[in-house]
Design a protein around this ligand. Sequence first.
Ligand code: CTP
Length: 452
Amino acid sequence: MRKVITYGSFDLFHEGHYNLLKRAKALGDYLIVGVTTEQYDEARGKLNIIDSLDKRIENVRQTGFADEIIVEDHPGQKVEDVQKYNVDVFTVGSDWTGAFDYMKQFCEVVYLERTKNISSTQVRNDRHPIIRIGVIGTGRIAVRFVPEAKYVSGVMVNSVFNPNLESAKEFGQKFELDMATDNFNDLMTEVDAVYIASPHQTHYDYAKRAIENGKHVLCEKPLAFKKAEAEELFDLARQHNVVLLEAIKTAYCPGFVQLVGLAKSGVIGKICDVEACFTRLTSPEMRERTDTEYGGGFTEFGSHTLLPIMKLMGTDYKEVRFDSIKDENGIDLYTKASFVYENGMALSKSGVGVKSEGQLLISGTKGYIIAESPWWLTQYFEVRYEDPSKKDRYFFKFLGQGLRYEISDFAYMIQGHQGRSYKFTEKESIAIAGVMEQFLAKRRVDRDSSKQ
Ligand code: CTP
């Protein structure tokens, strides 16, 4: 019996897939089809898989060509499978010509001619018009956004807005955008969605105006400095039927998503305490150190540290207490925010003028999870127990600057797909705005009382 094996994502099953499977089957007597998991696809840079693994397997099964269907979930698996299943022929479409020549040491390799003018990417794009994104603000993060968006199919950054026209033009030229403007209304005519990366205190206002214009909004952290403002924005988004997402990139990266899932699955027992730290020494001339109203360690990095706290301990804390070390101008160089929960606690440490170990530590009744710096770009974490010899290690890919994950989820939601909003919920976003509000209120009170 001649055994043939082939692999693919088989997303949005189309004629090209059908033809490929038919021809693959014709190469032998028994066809094994490997269907990739979403996680594996993400790790190799395919971020936009739409159909679930079940559905993709079912579609392959329905062709009737596959004698056996397996799941592919890690690099190197092809080499294992070919030997394990005693395969005679390895085959894929001609778009992969050359890429699998290394398999020739194990079996025959056949590149089958690809069906022209059809691909999952094309079906995805045909189903949904390209989402045109305008960037608001041209600072440090905005510069990272445009190259990252190129990795997400279905979106295109086409324009930029900055009240300073020169900055907008410079940015527009750098990234070859169609429009660079200082006129917000003009921007609104050119886009379906915006990415807000302007100074923190302008986020709420721009988000509101964009939503009122019927645009989807991906807004850099912090979405708002007041709980009521965050609530208002989410209500408005609902009324206008648009997607609003706060861009804390950690929330959307695969390693962090799995860390949260694992922690909640009970491996460390009941979660009792979360400690998250993020500090970056910033020079005294930088906005983070000079903006006495909105600068400082907590407003800058608190969103990062609050994310795992809200996700793992929940948004219903009983109390929060802030302790800060302040600069002469009153901004916090370092802040500890301590949360008390019904039967647990959490600590956020953030700073722009004090350096500490940037780690995420989740303590439970059976063990703990530790993710070392930079845990916010989650690539690795460990689950540890009372018995120090028992240790589970988890590794992940974190591609590029990581913004592609949030952009991918944003696009997915705009296209009307459900099921990704759990990564960072409206409730969690609103709760973080609420903590920011309490922090800033305290800072104002402290400042006023020190003046008296
Ligand atoms: N394939 C093909 N003809 C097409 C599209 C795909 O022969 N028009 C083959 C691929 O070469 C591969 C298999 O089908 O051997 C599964 O491919 P997959 O990557 O799942 O499909 P694509 O449509 O290429 O997906 P994408 O656009 O996401 O890359």
